[in-house]
Ligand binder design. Structure first.
Ligand code: PA5
Length: 428
């Protein structure tokens, strides 16, 4: 993947960037070798550990069981437990054989009602995904939906449940007791880094997406980023640029593209960087823009508002649209577009935006050849590795998320969890 920095406003001198990269070279070297201090969080670093050929065969075998007989798979999970799968499925759509629905990502009863309405008359399977299985949203949805399955399928309902959890967790115990199929949530991978294992790949395989190709893309990116040294390494360049811009006072990074199919990928990327870097009163706030639509809303702020953001573009090179603007006898004053394809027009809009925005702040562009399984694998790996480097440069641990525990304490207290626990403990 190629990275280009557009900086017509001259905020980042080439020499300055080189010097910063030289200072931080040790960060890259350590990450390429895999650091002992993060050993328990680096299960994603070598793609083959959890997405090797044997893993892919095994996931495909499980997915086939759903595909043979299922109409709908409800993926129950939140945060890192559903974002990667959703990013790929909603962009590429699989083959339409099994529809994928998402639950366990909110506590809205109206949302749940709508999910249940869609299940009527269909053959339904569930994939509940939770690393520690204490998270409220998936816990609630799993209870409601497994009761639904029990009512519809009786004693056989357990064969319709796939649970992705860690070994010896509560979820694992439930699988053993009730006959649900257990899939490993690797102990050495945190939620937001889990796209390239059972967590992200099983739902994608059920939807008919070629998960072997996702893994192949990730593997190629792993090879590139582990075998490219020094300032030539694109993930290192990206991490260094964003850290230097942070030091210069920029506070937001906006990931943008002119391809709306990246909508759920944005959710994955936002979580990756927000949870990995936003701690100890530090970090860039990750935001996203869906162009060209958002040019007509936030575009004004981006061009002339408070100068706190820089932009990273996903520059999609694919031009295969079959839609052209044909000449028309109705004189609508759009004849200057006659004969152009929508892709050409979209690309011109991208180039113009890049030009205008980079006159005001630095813009990074990452070239993506096409929107495919392979490129999703590349992007997942690229950003995970870059986030690891970037968090380390920033001086934070990119693999924990201590801040999300605070509100949970208050919420569990309000819902009586601790009281219930101590009563239970008293009885047992
Ligand atoms: O990245 C993370 O570790 C988190 O965002 C988790 O994915 C999220 O909180 C869901 O956790 P769990 O799978 O344990 O329910």
């Amino acid at each position: 993947m190629q990275l280009v920095l557009y900086d017509k406003c001259k905020q980042l001198e080439t020499e300055e960037l080189k010097e910063y990269m030289n200072q931080k070279m040790e960060v890259l070297i350590r990450a390429q070798n895999g650091e002992e201090r993060y050993r328990e969080s680096l299960g994603w670093l070598h793609v083959d550990e959890w997405a090797g050929e044997e893993n892919i065969r095994e996931i495909t075998r499980h997915a086939e069981r759903v595909r043979e007989n299922g109409d709908i798979l409800v993926v129950i999970g939140i945060g890192g437990s559903n974002q990667a799968a959703r990013a790929v499925i909603e962009a590429l759509h699989g083959d339409g054989h099994v529809k994928i629905l998402y639950a366990g990502n909110n506590i809205s009863s109206a949302y749940m009602k709508n999910i249940i309405n869609q299940l009527e008359g269909k053959s339904v399977y569930i994939n509940v995904i939770a690393k520690n299985f204490e998270t409220l949203e998936p816990g609630i949805s799993f209870r409601i939906l497994r009761q639904y399955l029990k009512k519809r399928y009786g004693a056989e309902y357990g064969s319709r449940i796939f649970a992705t959890g860690t070994r010896e967790s509560k979820l694992h115990e439930l699988c053993r007791t009730h006959g649900y199929t257990f899939l490993d949530f690797p102990d050495n991978i945190g939620g937001r880094y889990s796209g390239l294992c059972n967590v992200g790949l099983f739902p994608a395989a059920v939807s008919g997406i070629d998960i072997g190709s996702i893994a192949a893309g990730a593997r190629s990116m792993e090879a590139e980023l582990h075998n490219t040294y020094g300032e030539e390494n694109t993930a290192f360049q990206y991490a260094a640029i964003r850290n230097l811009l942070y030091q210069k006072g920029f506070r937001l990074e906006m990931l943008a593209s002119f391809e709306p199919r990246y909508q759920y990928f944005y959710g994955w990327w936002t979580q990756l960087f927000a949870e990995s870097e936003g701690k100890e009163d530090r970090g860039l706030y990750p935001v996203t823009a869906k162009y060209s639509e958002d040019l007509h809303s936030i575009g004004q702020f981006v061009q002339e508002g408070t100068p706190i953001l820089f932009e990273t573009f996903l520059d999609i090179r694919e031009q295969n649209s079959a839609i052209w603007l044909d000449a028309d006898e109705v004189k609508d004053e759009f004849d200057y577009l006659n004969g152009l394809s929508m892709d050409e027009i979209n690309y011109s809009a991208f180039c113009a935006t890049l030009k205008a925005h980079s006159e005001r702040f630095p813009c990074i562009s990452l070239q993506v050849e096409e929107l495919s399984e392979y490129s999703f694998g590349q992007l997942f790996y690229f950003f995970e590795f870059a986030c690891y480097l970037s968090g380390t440069m920033l001086g934070v641990n990119p693999f924990n998320q201590p801040g999300v525990e605070n509100y949970k304490g208050y919420m569990f207290e309000a819902l009586g969890k601790y009281k219930y626990r101590s009563e239970c403990n008293g009885k047992n």
